[in-house]
Write a protein that binds this ligand. Structure first.
Ligand code: CO8
Length: 256
């Protein structure tokens, strides 16, 4: 594992931290591989129920590493299918929370949006400034941001390259919650611990079903949701969860 990324666990939470603070956690190929490998390792570890991805006080990540990309030509970047590997991070089934302090720009904002939701500090800043470099977002910015905050606001962000503060990002729906800068990681780990205590099959299903809301017609989405609800009655956690409620005790979910 590269030292550009630090991993640790806290109870059932797997924590991945970008560790290039001097370069504002600019994302190069080594960082991408290390984050993906760490997320996949947590995903296959049954004791981990939620992942927190975070950065440093000044930056979650200020984008793809411009010094790595600058000298590439079109044939080379296409042959490498540059940054296509980030889809493997999206494909990790364990819930992922982005804990954001400082800059989440370009690829940094895009990786944040690959997480299931984001908790940010009050001084966090978000943006897709690729237009200033003569390019556009490349790992989901135009697509995920537009789905999260709508075409008008997304278009403005991509066309101007301006930054959005935490309160504006919260109001727009880009992030789920704003907390004091110093509380971001603690809050994300606490939230992740709560999530990790729930039924793992139900967590996997709720992620898939919410994501499908962006792909399916309402009728197909509703049918999918209902069928998943029915199917979860095949899990021991449904029996346990409902019995615990009726017996006024805390459920002990065990399904993996
Ligand atoms: N890449 C490489 N190095 C970076 C990056 C970056 N994205 N961001 C910051 N750094 C480096 C700086 O070069 C500087 O290094 P050094 O100390 O060696 O000069 C160090 O980090 C500190 O940065 P600054 O001195 O610039 O710090 P400031 O506080 O003055 O400014 C900013 C902070 C505003 C965040 C500024 O650093 C900045 O504008 N950074 C670039 C932001 C940006 O343009 N991001 C988008 C990059 S492109 C991208 O993400 C495309 C993703 C899709 C690719 C997928 C292809 C398919």
């Amino acid at each position: 594992m590269s030292d550009l990324v630090i991993t640790r666990t806290q109870g059932p939470v797997g924590i991945i931290q970008f560790n290039r603070p001097e370069q504002l956690n600019a994302l190069n190929a080594t960082v991408a591989q290390a984050v993906i490998a760490a997320a996949q390792a947590f995903d296959s570890n049954p004791s981990i129920g939620c992942i927190v991805l975070t950065g440093s006080p000044k930056a979650f990540a200020a984008g793809a590493d411009i010094s790595e990309m600058a000298g590439m030509n079109a044939a080379e970047i296409a042959r490498l299918d540059y940054f296509a590997e980030w889809q493997q991070f999206v494909d990790v089934k364990t819930p992922k929370i982005a804990a954001v302090n400082g800059y989440a720009l370009g690829g940094g904002c895009e990786v944040m949006m690959m997480c299931d939701f984001a908790i940010a500090g009050e001084n966090a800043k978000f943006g897709q400034p690729e237009i200033k470099l003569g390019v556009i977002a490349g790992i989901g910015g135009t697509q995920r941001m537009t789905r999260l905050i709508g075409r008008s606001r997304s278009m403005e962000m991509h066309l101007t390259g301006r930054m959005m503060g935490a309160q504006e990002a919260l109001q727009a729906g880009l992030i789920a919650r704003v907390v004091a800068d110093d509380d971001v990681v603690t809050d994300a780990i606490k939230t992740a611990t709560t999530i990790a205590g729930y039924s793992r099959p139900a967590l996997r299903m709720v992620r898939e079903t919410v994501m499908r809301a962006e792909e399916l017609s309402l009728q197909d989405g509703l049918l999918h949701e209902r069928r998943v609800f029915h199917a979860l009655f095949g899990s021991e956690d449904q029996t346990e969860g409902m019995a615990a409620f009726l017996e006024k005790r805390k459920p002990a979910f065990t399904a993996r």
